[in-house]
Design a protein around this ligand. Sequence first.
Ligand code: 5GP
Ligand code: ZN
Length: 138
Amino acid sequence: MVKDDCIFCKIANGGIPASTLYEDDNFRVVLDAGPASKGHALILPKQHYEDVCELDEAVGSKVLGLAAKIGRAMKSGLGCAGFNLVQNNGEAAGQTVYHFHMHIIPRYENGPAMVSWEPGTIDAEDAEKIVQAIKAGL
Ligand code: 5GP
Ligand code: ZN
């Protein structure tokens, strides 16, 4: 399904021009319009899925392999030292466009810190409660 009022549906299917670095039957990969670093790209499925929970399993199974392919090409083509894969689900997680997308963010030697957090703590009792709470939803 393609959603009429979805900007990423339009970009993924060629209705709005974007800097495209890869395309196949299922995906278009474009440069992010507000890049976190040089080469920051987005994997966009051509079909509309709001987030990873909605994503078709067959399409989803291809995302990581494609991300690795693009990341390898960023390392060889742009000379980045590594890359982050970032995929936000829900407003609380920073999602702003509600069409599944995977960020591929090249990281350069001595580049700015990003995609990081302050490690917290957890004890065995808390861990057990958390595990049980998540398992109840599986
Ligand atoms: P999110 O916060 O939803 O994970 O990421 C949305 C991303 O989409 C942001 O990094 C933002 O810069 C990018 N973005 C938003 N609108 C456009 C657009 O029209 N074209 C492109 N190429 N990227 C966009
Ligand atoms: Zn869409």
